[in-house]
Design a protein around this ligand. Structure first.
Ligand SMILES: NC(=O)c1ccc[n+]([C@@H]2O[C@H](COP(=O)([O-])OP(=O)(O)OC[C@H]3O[C@@H](n4cnc5c(N)ncnc54)[C@H](O)[C@@H]3O)[C@@H](O)[C@H]2O)c1
Length: 502
């Protein structure tokens, strides 16, 4: 396919933009030297990495920084001005940037509740979109992104950067070629210490923040917070974030799905766990942490002939946790974030984003896989070539992998008040189809809680319901209440359309 020049690319963008009506605004001059004009939406921690990647790539010019926090956005613009010829325009409302013809592509690193609507608006306006993981906060939003990318012929890359890393690509290929035999089961791990985010309370929104815009598709009543720290800690409040199953999780669920060769949603899910241990951590039995997502969670996904289990542990990882994992990860304690594939002839472990190791059945290393890639570069390559098959993590990849965290959370949230003893949990899990040893995983999880001084009689885990899921219709055929949680109630002006309406 001939390389598409920026001029052709802009023409295509405008054609797509013609299909929708968005807020109007004056068009700026195009980016210098035929470059791809970028708007970075959300200039916090990860937005800074986006900016760094665009500055490094000579094909781009950052035209806009969008942030609802004026100080954060302007600081980024000042820093960019040191490194590229023009200072980007700073705006607080993303629609102003999307309405500017000089913007060809957007990259977004807002909080999760904004990802899908931002992506849909951008693609409706004719922009290509790099969207951070999880690409949606709700399952239906993921479908809307897939539909928008198709309808407007836009490049939509999910921010699961491992997809562009040779270490993981080659490990997946090795398994597909039978390197560890038949592989039907993967365990994703997010054993990552997360301390309490402070007491549930009433806190002010920092000055200079447009909290109405920050809230966007989520409920908004008054400019107050129930958590102490404004940025980042929204991850642990379910209106905005998805807990660690939707924060770290989408990397490992994505690698799990990819390695198992699964290109659909599971047919059932069950999830258990809790937000536990902070009373012991604070040495205060009455302590109420401001987060309401699980910090300890096990979700079991059944795909018929294959299975994924995703485990989140936010408390300290003590040595007793799991002998097999200790051997595979080569350490008895500390964070363990990765994926273990269980094959008929051995194991394959994704240890870091740039390192995987294959083992035989006796835990002898048989092969290592190394190397990072350039996921942002892959996005730009496809923005130029328009050859969508070359995109490493399209919106469907992002949707299916984010969907795993959402499915697990739906089961967990529905069962939140169903507090269970070890025996009750074990009885429920005994009836659950899974390729894992459910009871052993349960016992390791409970041991981990006890290791962190959680009194399970006073603070028991919760057991979610087993939910059947229809992967094509994206509904729970036997649970209307779960189906209602496939989407959310939107505020006027911030409605993410359904897939059919994009
Ligand atoms: N791919 C990765 O490895 C990776 C790593 C870290 C974070 N992330 C993802 O990036 C996203 C951001 O994470 P973070 O740690 O930077 O969070 P953060 O809270 O530090 O930053 C979010 C920024 O977005 C801004 N914002 C909020 N609403 C906005 C809106 N409507 N328009 C414009 N800006 C808005 C906030 O003011 C803030 O500056 C998350 O979804 C996270 O999952 C991905």
């Amino acid at each position: 396919m001939p390389k598409i020049t920026r001029r052709t690319f802009v023409g295509q963008s405008l054609a797509a933009a013609g299909a929708v009506t968005l807020v109007s605004g004056a068009a700026r001059s195009i980016a210098a030297n035929d470059k791809i004009g970028i708007a970075v939406v959300g200039a916090g921690g990860r937005g800074g990495s986006h900016i760094g990647a665009w500055l490094k790539d000579s094909r781009t010019e950052i035209m806009y920084v969008v942030d609802v926090d004026e100080a954060a956005g302007n600081k980024r613009c000042d820093a960019i001005a040191e490194e590229q010829a023009n200072r980007p325009t700073f705006v607080t409302d993303m629609r102003r940037a999307f309405d500017d013809k000089s913007v060809n592509a957007i990259s977004t690193a807002t909080p999760n509740h904004w990802h899908a609507l931002c992506g849909v608006w951008a693609m409706q306006a004719g922009k290509d979109a790099y969207i951070e993981k999880p690409i949606c906060h709700e399952i239906a939003e993921g479908s809307a992104l897939v539909a928008a990318a198709k309808k407007y012929k836009r490049v939509c890359q999910t921010g699961t950067q491992c997809r562009s890393n040779p270490a993981i690509q080659n490990a997946v290929k090795f398994m597909a070629e039978g390197g560890i035999g038949d592989v039907k089961f993967a365990r994703g791990l997010c054993y990552k210490r997360r301390k309490s985010i402070g007491s549930l309370g009433d806190y002010p929104v920092p000055a200079g923040v447009d909290f109405n815009l920050w809230s966007g598709p989520a409920p908004y009543s008054q400019p107050r917070l129930t958590r102490e720290r404004f940025h980042y800690d929204w991850h642990w409040q379910r209106l905005y974030g998805n807990g660690d199953s939707g924060n770290q999780g989408p990397h490992q669920t994505d690698i799990s799905r990819w390695g198992l060769g699964i290109d659909t949603h599971p047919v059932s899910v069950i999830s258990y766990g809790g937000r536990l241990g902070y009373q012991a951590e604070r040495k205060d039995p009455t302590y109420v942490d401001a987060g309401d997502t699980a910090n300890t969670q096990v979700s079991i996904y059944d795909y018929g002939d294959k299975c994924i289990v995703f485990e989140t542990r936010g408390l300290e990882i003590k040595p007793s946790a799991d002998e097999e994992l200790n051997r595979l990860f080569g350490s008895t304690k500390g964070n363990k974030v990765g994926v273990v594939f269980y094959g008929s002839d051995g194991y394959l472990v994704q240890k870091t984003y740039t390192n995987c190791v294959a083992f035989d059945k006796d835990f002898n290393e048989i092969k290592t896989f190394e190397g990072g890639g350039n996921h942002f570069g892959n996005f730009l390559d496809v923005c130029e070539s328009r050859n969508m098959d070359d995109l490493n993590a399209d919106s469907r990849v992002g949707h299916l992998s984010a969907g795993l965290s959402h499915l697990g959370n739906i089961s967990y949230y529905l069962g939140e008040n169903n507090k269970v003893s070890r025996e009750e949990a074990a009885n429920t899990l005994a009836g659950i189809k899974s390729l894992d040893n459910n009871k052993e995983s349960l016992d390791r999880t409970l041991q981990h809680l006890r290791d962190n001084d959680v009194d399970l009689a006073t603070y028991p885990i919760s057991m979610g319901p087993l939910l059947k899921f229809d992967p094509d219709k994206e509904v729970f055929p036997e649970s209307p209440e779960a189906t209602a949680m496939v989407t959310r109630e939107y505020r006027e002006g911030f409605v993410c359309p359904k897939a059919a309406d994009v």
